[in-house]
Design a protein around this ligand. Structure first.
Ligand code: SAH
Length: 229
């Protein structure tokens, strides 16, 4: 009983912290209530190592080991908002969504609420393994994570309705554009470690893309090759 009470209190405090975070994101310009609701329902503390879990609901990126980070909630919310614009799950759902750079799995958890299935690639094996566990703990089932180099795209031929890159690269890899369905959308931080902007790409027809440059951002770099440990 004591244990139950303690756990309940902790859960309640996380819930309050999530509400405050959603309010912060709304005040920073996240307007889609579906996204704010997803932030409210996603237990970010489960995606963060113990040492930082007390800061899980601050609007900032935090270290997750292997010199990588969990993205800032505002950035996760913004990228999600852009990709789901015009998509209504019941009427016009996003089918398969591809993420490059699973990290701890938080962005995958948020976007999983808006698509049939999220496919995510991570080049660092222990992170890919941990992300699978994190998503399971968060009760999410519609995901597939693979340890693979995302610059090469999903390792078997497949088309996606949306692609989200959570690591920065100077130019959007051609393979990723090819793996996009016509009418599909891709969002990717482009640039180097000093200057990056979020690029939004829409596939209008085969080999016909429309690119829009959005906000300045700062992501860890997208690197080639796989890392075992
Ligand atoms: N999506 C995460 C943020 C991840 S940080 C979140 O929800 O918070 C970026 C991740 O991209 C890191 O884990 C890094 O290892 C990974 N990454 C970098 N280059 C990659 C590549 N070529 N393929 C797959 N993952 C890559």
């Amino acid at each position: 009983m004591e244990n139950f009470k303690t756990n309940y209190k902790i859960e309640l405090s996380y819930e309050r912290a999530r509400t405050a975070l959603a309010e912060t994101l709304a005040s920073k310009g996240i307007a889609d209530v579906r996204v704010l609701e997803a932030i409210l329902k996603t237990p970010r503390h489960l995606f963060i190592d113990g040492a930082f879990s007390s800061r899980a609901y601050e609007d900032m990126s935090l270290p997750i080991g292997y010199r990588q980070t969990i993205s800032q909630p505002y950035v996760v919310a913004k990228m999600t908002e852009i990709l789901i614009k015009g998509n209504i799950l019941e009427k016009k759902p996003l089918g398969a969504v591809l993420e490059i750079g699973t990290g701890c799995g938080y962005q995958a958890a948020v976007i999983s609420r808006f698509c049939r299935k999220v496919f995510s690639l991570e080049r660092i094996k222990p992170l890919a393994e941990r992300a699978k566990e994190n998503l399971k703990k968060a009760g999410i089932k519609n995901f597939l994570i693979r340890w693979s180099d995302g610059t090469l795209g999903w390792p078997v031929p497949k088309k996606f309705d949306a692609i989200i890159c959570t690591a920065a690269i100077p130019e959007i890899p051609a393979t990723l554009k090819t793996q996009l369905n016509i009418g599909g959308k891709l969002i990717c931080p482009c640039g180097d470690q000093n200057k990056q902007s979020l690029v939004f790409l829409e596939k209008l027809a085969k080999d016909n893309y429309k690119e829009t440059i959005l906000d300045s951002v700062l992501f860890v770099p997208m690197l080639s090759g796989k890392i075992q440990d």
